[in-house]
Unconditional design. Structure first.
Length: 114
């Protein structure tokens, strides 16, 4: 079923892209770009950003460090990133607290400085 959904999504993408060649719509361009970005994921970029945030937290004890992904955050993505960061930090054995704040922010706090 998932393969069928991907096939339909690809066909729809091609049709919209062809239509947009005539319309030249900035809104359709933005949607097409989002689809292309999602289609080409699995680059490891978010994982690298997780590691950078953890290192930054380790370098700044007793301070909050914000994790910023390369895609916009919403509450759902913030929860996803918080859970992933907590899992990584637990496996590494660090004493870093990960918190979601507001609608879409994720912070790391290194308690070592206390």
């Amino acid at each position: 079923m998932n393969n069928y959904k991907n096939q339909i999504a690809d066909e729809l993408y091609k049709a919209v892209k062809e239509l947009n060649e005539c319309l030249n719509s900035p809104k359709l361009d933005a949607v097409l770009q989002k689809y292309e970005d999602q289609k080409n994921r699995q680059t490891g970029r978010t994982t690298i950003l997780y590691m950078k945030a953890i290192v930054k937290a380790l370098e700044n004890p007793d301070k909050s460090v914000e994790f910023i992904d390369h895609y916009e955050h919403n509450w759902d993505r913030a929860k996803y990133h918080r859970e992933n960061l907590e899992t990584i930090i637990k496996k590494l054995g660090y004493n870093i607290i990960v918190q979601s704040k507001g609608q879409a922010q994720v912070y790391l706090y290194n308690e070592f400085g206390k």
